[in-house]
Ligand binder design. Structure first.
Ligand code: TXA
Ligand code: MG
Length: 371
């Protein structure tokens, strides 16, 4: 299915927000059409989760394989029980603590959500966003809203309306411009359908399928048994570890240029990257470095971009996708990046960076920083 639209950009003033301005967008959703909208994590490409035509439109507009399930967005906590079934206690506890907010909870799928929305799975990923535009839009539309990130499949997720226009202009009827998002990385996904037996008693062992702003440590405060899915923390591309979130197996976030990440002590990394930059320059390539405030002045490349102060992981997260898109715009051909700590929000940052670099990471200190 290939449709063409004159995409309308609906600007929303957050300082003076009146949900009424969202009515045209809500109407489109209720009619099975698609709308890109801001959430606190990234922009989403929304469609009616109960309507198989709408989900087909989402897959077509993104160019996304249809075995990759969509997250169902709701506007009230209780709706988890409508779109999911046999919802376990731990899922309710996570919802109580972290919703509305950047956490997606996977439970068993209720019949009202068709398999076309969940990529054929009997489970459903559910999220209640905290962004007031997102939440008002879902409420006003009167439907549950299936929404992947509003980017062309494979490209970095969109953190501004301009990015959505870059990827989706002409393919959907409307983009809501609510300005830049707050968090900049997609929600943490926790699977609450993994049952184990402990001393003969069945219990749910929650598994993180995608790290995000809600960290492992925060989830463990509610359920200490929570773990990362092994594919999440793999530092090399390992064909033997199968990603449980189907979307995590696809090539993702990649800039067009060759991208390598270096891990090691700061001085070592700077020296090595400068050496590699010189080699690439000699070959006539346009070089770029993904640096931090602390290191940016030490690099001698065509493009040097700082993600922020190394300690300020929230700032780094907010800028990451923006910077990766920027490299394409600037025509970077050889990109070199620094490594961040594999814990807390750093785990989410490194998860996205490793995918963007196709797991091309070089350890200069024998992997001393590994967790
Ligand atoms: O922050 C977010 O989660 C954003 C905003 C728009 O809410 N959405 C988002 O959706 O990132 P998307 O489609 O780009 O990523 C959803 C991921 C995919 O990797 C998909 O495979 C996985 O969630 N997923 C969805 N439903 C699943 C399920 N039932 N079981 C396992 N993985 C699932
Ligand atoms: Mg995505």
């Amino acid at each position: 299915m290939s449709e063409s639209y004159k995409t309308e950009l609906l600007k929303v003033d957050r300082g003076n927000f009146d949900p009424v301005c969202l009515l045209p967008a809500a109407k489109l959703l209720s009619e099975g059409e698609l709308v890109a909208f801001p959430t606190e994590t990234v922009y989403g490409l929304g469609g009616n989760a109960e309507d198989t035509t709408a989900s087909a439109r989402i897959y077509a507009a993104k160019g996304r394989p249809s075995d990759n399930p969509l997250i169902v967005h709701i506007s009230e906590k209780e709706e988890l029980l409508k779109v999911g079934r046999d919802v376990p206690e731990v899922a309710l506890k996570f919802a109580e603590k972290f919703w509305p907010g950047p956490l997606t909870i996977i439970v068993k799928r209720a019949e009202i959500i068709p398999k076309t929305t969940t990529g054929g799975l009997d489970t459903v990923a559910v999220r209640l966003p905290s962004d007031e535009i997102a939440r008002s839009l879902i409420r006003l539309s009167g439907v549950y809203v299936a929404a992947p990130s509003a980017n062309k499949s494979g490209r970095p997720s969109t953190t501004r309306a301009e990015h959505c226009m870059e990827d989706l202009d002409g393919k959907i009827p409307m983009v809501i411009d609510g300005g830049p998002v707050k968090i900049g990385l997609e929600s943490t996904i926790v699977d609450c359908t993994n049952e184990i037996s402990e001393n003969g008693v069945k219990k749910v062992k929650p598994m993180i399928l995608r790290p995000g702003y809600i960290t492992l440590e925060k989830l463990r405060e509610i359920e200490p048994a929570t773990e990362y899915d092994p594919a999440v923390i793999a530092r090399v591309k390992n064909e033997n570890i199968k990603a449980k979130a189907p979307g995590m197996k696809y090539r993702h976030y990649a800039p067009k240029g060759e991208f390598v990440i270096y891990e090691g002590d700061s001085e070592q990394v700077i020296a090595k990257i400068n050496e590699e930059v010189a080699k690439m320059r000699a070959l006539g390539k346009k070089t770029a470095v993904l640096a931090t405030e602390e290191s940016k002045d030490f690099y001698d490349a065509d493009i040097v971009v700082s993600l922020g102060r190394r300690k300020d992981e929230e700032e780094i997260a907010t800028k990451l996708f923006d910077v990766l898109r920027g490299f394409d715009e600037m025509g970077a051909e050889a990109i070199f990046g620094e490594c961040f700590e594999f814990r807390g929000i750093g785990q989410a940052i490194m998860n996205r960076l490793l995918k963007a670099a196709g797991y091309n990471i070089v350890s200069l200190n024998g992997g001393k920083n590994e967790v």
